[in-house]
Each structure stands twice: as C-alpha cells, then as structure tokens.
Design a protein around this ligand. Sequence first.
Ligand code: PGA
Length: 253
Amino acid sequence: MRKHIVAGNWKMNNTFNEADDLLNSIMEQLEEKELPRDTQVIVCPPFPFLEMTSDYANDSYFMVGAQNVSDQEKGAYTGEVSAAMLESMEIDYCIVGHSERRAYYGETNKTVAAKVDQLLKHGLKPIVCVGEVLEEREANRQFEVVKQQVEEGLFHLDAEHLQQVVIAYEPVWAIGTGKTATPEQAQEIHHYIRTLLAQKYGDAVANEISILYGGSCKPSNAKELFACPDIDGGLIGGASLKAEDFIGIVTAF
Ligand code: PGA
C-alpha cells in the first residue's frame, strides 16, 4: 500500500539558529508521538541547512528533502546544485516544479522532466508539484492544466521509475493564501491524477503512487483532507515553520 506522507517545505525561511531550533522542536515532538509505520515525515529546508537537517534526521523519525535541483549533471552552472551532490549527502527527496519555481524562475514541464530524470538517476525521490492558477480554475481548465503537467513531466518514465515519484497537487490559488481547496475539490483532482496514471501504467502502479495535497493545509483542515480516498498526505508550506502545527498535521491521518 502507498505511504502516507507529510512533507514540510520551508521555502526561503529561517536563519541557521532558527532552523536549528525548529529541527530540535520537531524532533522532540515526534519523539512523543507513535506514528503509524506507513507515515513518512519529510523536512525540506533550504540548501545551506541540509546537512544540519540530516544530522537531526539520523536521530529522529523524519527524512530530508531538498527544494530544488539542477536539470544538468555537473559543470559550469554557477549557483546550481546537482542531484549527484544531493545523493552524496544522502538526501532522500527533492521537490520539483513547485508553482513558485514555475512562476518566478521559468521552470517548465520540460525542465521538470529533466530534473526528475536527474533525481532518479541519482537515487532521489522527486516530489513533483502540479496545479492550476486561479484564472485556470475560474475557466474550468484545471483538469486540462494538470493533465499536461503530469504527462509532460512524468509520462516519459517507465513504471519502475514512476513508482519512485511522489506527486503533489497544489492549486496555486490556495498556496500561502489561507484559502484551502475543499476536500471535494482536492479529492476530485487527486482522483483524476490517479486515473491518468492508471490509464498509462495500470491500476496496480497508480495505486502505489502517493499523491499529496498542498495549499494552506493546517492542523484544523488536514484531517478532513487526509480522509479523502485519493489524498495520501500533504506538502506543507507556512504551517511547517511551527513545530506544533507541523506535527499537528503529521498526526492528522
Ligand atoms: P502553504 O504552501 O502551505 O503555505 O500554502 C504550500 C506549498 O507551497 O508547498
């Protein structure tokens, strides 16, 4: 059966000491909980704090993810971080195609596909974000947009590689806005994504892929969202910056 996953995306937040404090609190609070075996907690800090996060993770129950990776293997790409570097630091996951990367840094479905390939080549699990912007939702184009993102970002993979991927549906109008998709809206798209996967790879493969919801997910709405049959957890931004809120979401299954 597929895993339940809660991944915290810190984005560009926290200084070194703040990161240290937050990791310490997350570790302490996780120690007090008995998490079900199929629940996976992932913390995705900015690059400079990956090593510190890994040190904490070694003594705790969570895994570590990066927020971005280069689409190139190595070489003269100033400021970039390669999948081989992340692999050498034993990083487990990496977010790809976040709407902020798509909107502000020109990430396209094509670069998403190239980044996914780099990560899989180096044994990391991609967390691939998809989701429509408000105008697309208002024009009822959410299915078409998500379909194209899933197909162009992932459908070049064979089934074995696809099974290493986690998908995050994040309606852009819900990210950081306090406006969460209703469980019905989220479930509808999650089910649609799983149907697309099933059509291409078969039911068995589609049922193994964890599909996370992201967008103003908090302790107060996580239970309802995670109770939906095709929602396997969350990608958490704002609420991952407070240990109490983050753990409140982790324990919402
Ligand atoms: P949010 O961000 O929880 O702050 O809405 C989610 C995300 O961008 O992954």
